[in-house]
Each structure stands twice: as C-alpha cells, then as structure tokens.
Design a protein around this ligand. Structure first.
Ligand SMILES: Nc1nc2c(ncn2[C@@H]2O[C@H](COP(=O)(O)OP(=O)(O)OP(=O)(O)O)[C@@H](O)[C@H]2O)c(=O)[nH]1
Length: 369
C-alpha cells in the first residue's frame, strides 16, 4: 500500500515545513503559542480530565507532543479522534483497537453531528460519575481540550456546550469559542459549561505545536490535513499532493458509476439529500454545488482510468496530476488565462473538497505501521 511518504512531493512538503519551523522568524509559532504553552502548563495539574483531541485522519501525527513533557500527570487522559467521518471507517476501527490495546481511554467523534456529540457527552458524564465514586469531592469537574492546531477543539467545545446546556434545560446565553478553517485562530483559553449537578466545564485551548517540528513525514500529513497554514507550502503543492494520494488509493473506483450513466446527478442528490442540510450547517462558507462535486469526481475517475503510465512512478504520477489540473479547470468553472492563477483556484477548490470529505474518506497513516 502506498503511503504519504512514498511520494517525492510528500517528502518535499514535509521538508519545507521542517525548514519553515526552524526559521527564527517563523510566523506560525508566534508569541501567542509560547504564551499558550505556559498557560496550559499551569492548568494541567489543576484539571480532572485532559481530552487530547487528534485528527482521525492522522491519529499519530496529530499527537499533542507537549503532553509527554507533563507525563505522568494526575488528570485522567482521554484520546479523542475528531473528524471521524472524514477518515476511512475500516482504518478508524483499527486505530480504536490500537489505542485500546495500549490501554488508552479513547473515543471517536464528529463534532458537527449532534447525535454523535450527545453520545460523547454521555460517555464523558459516565467518566465524571466514576471519578466521583472513586472519591473526587469537588462540586465542579474540569476537562481541558488539548491538541495541535485545527483538529476541531473549539468546534467540539461549542457542540458539547450547546448540547450539555439543552439537556440540562438551562436558560441563558450560549457562549461561543472561535471555530475557523484556518489553524491558529483560537488565542485564549475559554471555559464552557457542559453539564450540571455536578457542574462540568470544558476548557478550550489554543492549538500549539512544539517550537520545532523535526519529522518531515509527520509534517506532510499535518499540512495536508490543514493543521499548518497553507501558505507555508502553497495550496497548489498541497492540492498536487492530495491528488497524488487520491490517484494511488482505491477511493476513486467508487465513482465508476458516475461515468456509466449521464443521469447520475439524481443519485448524487439522493446521496446528499439526507445530509445536505447538515452539510450546509457544517460548511457555511463552502458553496460548491453537488453537480460540480459530481463532475469533479467523474473527471478524476476518467483521467485515472485512461492513464497509461506507471502510477508508482513519481514522474508519471506528476503527469497525471497535471492532466487533472487542466481538466478540472472546466468543471470548476475557472476561467483565468494565466496558468498559475488558474492552478491556484483549482487547487484551493480541490483542497476544500478533500478536507470536507467530498472526495472520499482517507486515513493518512495505518494502524499496523
Ligand atoms: N468535517 C469535520 N470538520 C470539523 C470537525 N470538527 C471541526 N471541524 C472543522 O475543522 C476546522 C477547525 O476547527 P476548530 O474547532 O477551529 O479547530 P481548533 O482545534 O480549535 O483550531 P485552533 O484554533 O487552530 O487550535 C473548522 O473548519 C471546523 O468546522 C468534525 O468533526 N468534522
């Protein structure tokens, strides 16, 4: 099975991030990250639970490395694999087994799905009850959400707060912590109430990395998943990497039916009718319509199917990706004449579709490795 590190483009992206992280003027490890690390370090010994939020597509690479510095700590640790609906479901099962096998308390969640968050909240409440049975005397239980940037800490904190308050039939204004598709937008620690009798609070924290990132393979996956600002690598390179992985996976084969019948927009709308309202809530800034997503999938399927080159070879793969960029201009209605601008617009749309799960489900690392 090919992996992210099998590809030259993945290694180049990883190396570029490592290099950027050792630049003394690195913008993405600003003073706010150093201040956040200090604030988090002071609070870790005071909280009852540490919820380490990881991205289900990168369960190892999105580890919150700074936690190692604090281990062992007295708070109970739970590893939460967020964005579970974007990951390959079979790989997700393997990862859950992997964490259980290592005696980690773990849970997979989709922060945008109410039912899923409700179940997660029930799970957290059962953990709180256990804590009280084992002698915890305080009236308030605190849970700190920790994680690298963009794994969905704020989205999860908001959803838990909203559902927790509704189930407790509490009145009063709901609070909101900032959710953004850009990494690094949470700047302060914020506390949100998620349960009453006993009171339970989650502390949302800014996503932080260690001051230097050293492992190029990890960096390439974090960049693709959106944990590192896109402009460090450039959207075009990231989209090329994304297409490389898509072309070397089996996911595109599911789109074969899109080519056999011309009247498949109906099936895509059926597929999306159940979830379109939900999707609108999830991605309020993304307006790519279903029929365009269908055309993108069809073009990707067709370009891979007719390609004669060796898909294990970097140069041939690069040729296929360039063909796809050109073909996608039409379906994505990109009309710019200058090729680099056209590529940039195609790249930005491809990345968005990929990161919102509309180009399939991918896990960028395998539990067996
Ligand atoms: N598909 C999907 N997207 C999610 C999920 N949770 C969060 N997101 C999206 O991921 C992006 C980042 O979410 P945030 O909650 O801002 O992430 P964060 O970890 O607080 O980010 P920092 O402020 O960088 O630490 C946003 O676009 C969210 O809408 C999820 O479970 N599924």
């Amino acid at each position: 099975m090919t992996t992210a590190k099998s590809w030259k483009i993945g290694r180049e992206i990883g190396d570029a991030v490592v290099k950027a992280s050792s630049n003394p003027n690195r913008r993405w490890y600003g003073p706010h990250m150093a201040a956040s690390v200090r604030a988090i370090s002071e609070r870790i010994p005071l909280v009852d639970f540490v919820l380490e939020i990881r991205d289900a597509r990168t369960p190892l690479s999105s580890e919150y490395e700074l936690l190692r510095k604090f281990s062992p700590f007295s708070s109970k640790r739970i590893v939460v694999l967020n964005k579970m609906e974007l990951a390959d479901p079979l790989e997700l099962k393997k990862w859950m087994a992997y964490f259980q096998g290592r005696n980690y308390l773990s849970y997979a969640v989709n922060s945008h799905n109410k039912e899923c968050v409700k179940n997660f909240l029930n799970f957290l409440q059962s953990q709180v009850r256990e804590l009280h049975k084992s002698g915890h005397s305080g009236h308030t239980t605190t849970m700190m959400l920790l994680g690298v940037p963009n794994v969905g800490k704020s989205a999860l904190a908001n959803s838990l707060h909203q559902i927790g308050r509704i189930s407790a039939a509490e009145k009063g204004k709901l609070k909101h912590t900032t959710v953004s598709s850009q990494p690094g937008d949470t700047k302060d620690i914020m506390s949100l109430k998620i349960g009453s009798h006993p009171n339970v609070y989650v502390l949302d924290t800014p996503g932080v990395f260690p001051p230097k990132l050293l492992d190029a393979e990890i960096c390439s996956k974090l960049a693709l998943a959106g944990a590192i600002p896109d402009d460090i690598i450039g959207e075009t390179e990231l989209a090329r990497f994304c297409l490389t992985l898509l072309n070397s996976s089996h996911e595109y084969k599911k789109w074969a039916k899109l080519c056999k019948s011309q009247d498949v927009t109906g099936s895509l709308s059926n597929e999306s009718s159940t979830s379109s309202a939900q999707r609108k809530r999830q991605y309020p800034t993304d307006h790519t319509q279903d029929f365009i997503v269908y055309d993108v999938r069809r073009v990707l399927y067709e370009t891979i199917s007719v390609f004669n080159g060796n898909l294990e070879d970097d140069i041939s793969m690069g040729e296929l990706v360039e063909t796809q960029f050109a073909a996608l201009r039409t379906v994505l209605r990109v009309t710019e004449e200058a090729s680099e601008f056209a590529d940039l617009r195609v790249a930005s749309k491809i990345l968005n579709l990929y990161r919102t799960g509309r180009l399939g489900h991918y896990t960028l690392e395998h539990a067996s490795c």
